[in-house]
Design a protein. Structure first.
Length: 137
């Protein structure tokens, strides 16, 4: 008997910034759980132990095209500018390079960061044993 995985979903029409994405994770993926609300902590959530199913789950991202636009270069620039203010001095040159790239509308966007993190936990990813499946709708 094949048991289907639980679907946990977010809707790109319900958020337009990375912080609002984190709000949706709190509401839809790990309700009631405390977490760091950053990219590393989001990666940790996908590993399990924060209220997500131990056997993995299907991460459904509805209206992902809206997110792709909202979490594009403008949001990436905003996030990198925030990161630049709080990063360790040794990381400033690297963040400045990423920011210069984003200002030219080159390189990965916030949307790409998030999808990349999720895909690491999917089949073929470096952390595929976590059993995540990503569906972009």
């Amino acid at each position: 008997m094949i048991v289907s995985k639980q679907e946990l979903r977010i809707d790109g029409a319900e958020f337009s910034t990375l912080e609002e994405f984190y709000d949706q994770v709190c509401l839809r993926i790990i309700p009631g759980a405390e977490w760091g609300r950053n990219l590393d902590a989001f990666n940790d959530i996908l590993r399990g132990g924060f209220g997500t199913p131990a056997e993995g789950f299907v991460f459904c991202w509805d209206n992902h095209e809206i997110s792709k636009q909202n979490l594009g270069y403008d949001e990436t620039i905003r996030q990198l500018q925030k990161r630049l203010k709080r990063c360790h001095p040794s990381n400033i040159p690297s963040v400045e390079n990423y920011l210069a790239e984003a200002l030219r509308h080159e390189g990965p966007t916030v949307f790409d960061w998030l999808v990349g993190i999720i895909r690491c936990h999917c089949p073929g990813g470096s952390e595929a044993t976590d059993g995540i499946e990503l569906i972009l709708r």
